[in-house]
Design a protein around this ligand. Structure first.
Ligand SMILES: [Mg+2]
Length: 251
């Protein structure tokens, strides 16, 4: 049963070494701007020795730019788990994923739903994932058409990707590859708002759901079943209030 974030105990707060947070719907409502409250929260975490990383459907260059401007030192996971680096200063990790299944799925969609599938321009910067919009096509029909390829709806855009790639498994792999004393999965707090974050909620015991009013009721229900805590406010403000709770609980 999901609990309000105010139930995060001192023991839990003290156990957290790394916070991995989603971006859209979690830190902000799209775009590049982050509120002063979020920037302060990041600074606060650094002062308390808690590392922060980003885990998002965005491209790697976008996450590198955001991590550099916030000066956060944790891992970056882009394209919903398909592309990753240990910090914004290090190189890409070879995760062994392929774009070919998504390329083929997109071709099938375009053939079947001519004129209704629009690719987004940042596909040229994506290495594995393909993003598109589908006008007036039911998700069920889209799923049937893409077959064995993942189709994720982040509420901002649809993602097509090789099966088996997800944020949660990539984060587990990165924890093994990180230098220095090992961080255990139960020392990581994951934060997210949508179905693209479900694998994080399932694989990591410490998790916070940031409520997203734009989600279908069925997704809200699924996410609430998997996450441990929920913030009161939505994107940005919700993240900041959870960070404040963690820092105050540690004192
Ligand atoms: Mg999100």
């Amino acid at each position: 049963m999901i609990q309000p974030y105010t139930r995060i105990t001192r023991k839990t707060a003290l156990s957290i070494k790394l916070i991995m947070t989603d971006v859209d719907g979690t830190l902000n409502n799209g775009g590049d701007e982050l509120s002063p409250a979020v920037a302060n929260a990041m600074q606060n975490l650094k002062e308390h020795g808690i590392t922060v990383g980003l885990v998002s459907g965005r491209t790697d260059p976008m996450l590198v730019a955001m991590a550099r401007s916030l000066d956060i030192g944790g891992p970056l996971i882009a394209e919903n788990g398909a592309v990753a680096r240990i910090t914004y200063k290090s190189g890409l990790v070879d995760l062994g994923y392929s774009r070919q299944p998504a390329v083929e799925a997109l071709a099938r969609l375009k053939a079947k739903y001519a004129g209704r599938i629009t690719e987004r321009e940042d596909n040229t910067e994506r290495l594995i994932d393909i993003v598109c919009r589908a006008d007036g096509v039911d998700m069920k029909d889209l799923r049937k058409c893409v077959g064995d390829v993942q189709l994720l709806d982040s509420t901002y855009i649809l993602h097509l990707m090789q099966k088996g790639i997800e944020k949660g498994t990539t984060l587990k792999r990165l924890l093994e590859l990180m230098d220095g004393p090992k961080i255990r999965p139960d020392e990581v707090l994951v934060v997210g708002d949508s179905m693209t974050d479900l694998s994080l909620f399932k694989l990591f015991t410490q998790s916070v759901l940031i409520p997203n009013p734009d989600l279908p009721e069925i997704d809200k229900k699924t996410l609430r079943k998997s996450a441990r805590y929920i913030s009161e406010h939505g994107a940005g403000e919700g993240f900041a209030e959870v960070v404040l709770r963690i820092i105050n609980a540690r004192i």
